[in-house]
Each structure stands twice: as C-alpha cells, then as structure tokens.
Design a protein around this ligand. Structure first.
Ligand code: SAM
Length: 290
C-alpha cells in the first residue's frame, strides 16, 4: 500500500515498506544497485523531487510506470536518485602513478611506433576520472593525440554524461589536478569555471553503458578503471563484474578499483594483487604454475 506524498508537505510523507521493497528490487534487477535500508529517507526525498519533475501524482503510479516498462523518462530520472556521482580529479592519486609507471612507461617505445593502447573508465561520472587518465598519458606522451591511444568512458547516467562531454568544471575542482598539468591543460571558462584542453577531451569517447547489461565492447583493454561503482552492487553482481573485466583485459592488463572494494569470486584466481586496490591479469602459465 502506497502512502500518497502530499505535494505541500513532502517531509511528512513516508516511503512505505512495500514501496521501498519495490524500488529496491527494481534497482537491483535493472542496475545491479543494492539499496540500503539506512538510505531510505534520502531515497524518499529524491523520489519526491522526481514526482514533481515528472508530474507524477504519487509513488505508486511512478512504480507502476517503471515496472510496466512504459516509464522511459521515469527510468532515466530514477538512475541519479539511486546512485551517487561523487568524484574528483586524480582521486586516489596512487592509481595514476601506478598506471603511468606500470602500464604506460614500459610501452613508450611501442606506442610511439603506433602500438595500440585502450583504457576504459567504467562508471566515469562527470568525466574527472577519464580526464585524469588522459592528462597522465599526455604528461608522459605529449604526442598521444596522434597515436593509437583511446580512452573509453562510460556511465549509466545519460545526464551526467552530457555534462562530462562539455568538459567544463567549477574552479574549486582544479585544486586536485597537479599544478604542472593544470597549467598545461586547463584554461579559464567564465568567472568560476575552467575548461580542459582539446588534447585531453579529444582522447576520450563518452558512451552510455549499464554495467549489469551486455557490453558491446571488443577490448582488449590495457587498463580498466572501475572505482567506487561496484561498492553499490550486491556481492554476486560484483563477482560477475570482476570476471567480465578479467575477460576484457589484455595480457598483463591492469584493473583499478575503489578504495573500499575487493576483487572476489572466480576472478580472484585470474587477477593478482598489484598494489593498493590494483590488480593485474595473470598469464595462463602463471595460473597453471607451468
Ligand atoms: C561514485 S561515482 C564514481 C566515479 C569515479 N569512478 C570515481 O571513482 O571517482 C559512481 C558512478 O557509477 C555510475 N553507475 C552506477 N551504477 C551503474 C551501472 N549499473 N552501470 C554503469 N554505471 C553505473 C553512477 O552513475 C556514478 O556516476
């Protein structure tokens, strides 16, 4: 039974057990996202805002539209209500150093001769992560835009991808970009924003992708960054995700995950720990001990 959410006093309305269960089930089934009971109030206030934006009379109607499959706009609008997009440039900076030293550095000669490098930022939010990867590449290889190097950046949230494609950020966010890179690759854009250089944004292709659905990707990837995304998935979904990443990694390729995430399930036998929340695909020979 759904409690109606009175428009003029939303704070008084409650998300009933039944509605919470319906949302949680939809969230798990469609997006792999696990809804915690202690976030029920937050979810509720986000839903109330959605109802107003979508001109939907109540939560029950919203859920009916979603579950009947006719709720395209409802589905799109629900995604940001279920997730968090918190991110920053050079978040967990040690990963970018390790990527530079362990993935890029050994390949410099090969890449200059036209070798192929593919990197995937999965769950890229507003683009700070793939832009940090691109700046790390450019720092070591200024000629990267003319080489066979591409960064794929994907997220489930179409709205956030639209912002990512613009490549414009509040000036406060520039502080986490190392000063030399900031000087080389950013310029003021309006009074309180900055824009990233075309050399950075030109290396990145943004695309919508739900990590729990099929992936129209060929790979292989030399590095996959999927950080602070799987933490919102339940355990079986996480385990499947790690295995699917392992399948798409190039030999010796690296997987970087979030600070509170761990590779689990069958992929733990394929990916060996290579530093703090960093993993490397082990070779078949290493696996069989031959
Ligand atoms: C907390 S942000 C992490 C951003 C960045 N990776 C970082 O570590 O700073 C999580 C991102 O994962 C995305 N996300 C959540 N569920 C997803 C799914 N099923 N498929 C793809 N992206 C998803 C969200 O839209 C959000 O932008």
């Amino acid at each position: 039974m759904t409690l109606l959410a009175p428009r003029d006093s939303p704070a008084e309305a409650l998300l009933s057990d039944a509605d919470f269960a319906r949302i949680a089930e939809y969230s798990r089934r469609e997006f792999g996202l696990f809804q915690q009971e202690n976030k029920r109030q937050l979810l509720h206030s986000r839903l109330l805002r959605l109802l107003a934006d979508l001109d939907c009379p109540d939560i029950a109607t919203f859920l009916d539209r979603l579950e009947s499959g006719v709720g395209g706009p409802e589905r799109e609008a629900l995604i940001p209500a279920l997730t968090t997009n918190v991110t920053s440039f050079f978040r967990e900076a040690h990963h970018f150093r390790q990527f530079s030293d362990g993935v890029l550095h050994p390949r410099l000669g090969d890449l200059r001769r036209g070798g192929r490098l593919r990197i995937w930022s999965a769950g890229c939010s507003e683009g700070q992560e793939p832009c940090s990867i691109a700046m790390t590449v450019l720092d070591l290889l200024p000629e990267a835009p003319r080489l066979n190097i591409r960064i794929l950046a994907t997220d489930i949230d179409a709205k956030i991808l639209a912002r990512a494609r613009i490549g414009r950020y509040p000036v406060a966010e520039a502080q986490s970009i190392p000063a030399t890179l900031r000087a080389a690759f950013s310029r003021p854009a309006g009074a309180d924003h900055f824009a990233l250089d075309e050399r950075v944004t030109g290396m990145i292709r943004f695309a919508a992708l739900n990590l729990v659905e099929s992936w129209p990707l060929r790979g292989p990837f030399d590095a996959i960054f999927c950080r602070n995304v799987a933490i919102y998935f339940d355990k079986p979904t996480q385990a499947r995700l790690w295995s699917r990443f392992a399948e798409l990694l190039a030999p010796g390729g690296m997987l970087f995950i979030g600070h509170s995430e761990r590779v689990s399930g069958p992929a733990a036998g394929l990916l060996s720990s290579a530093g703090i929340t960093a993993y490397q695909l082990t070779s078949a020979a290493e696996r069989t001990g031959s």
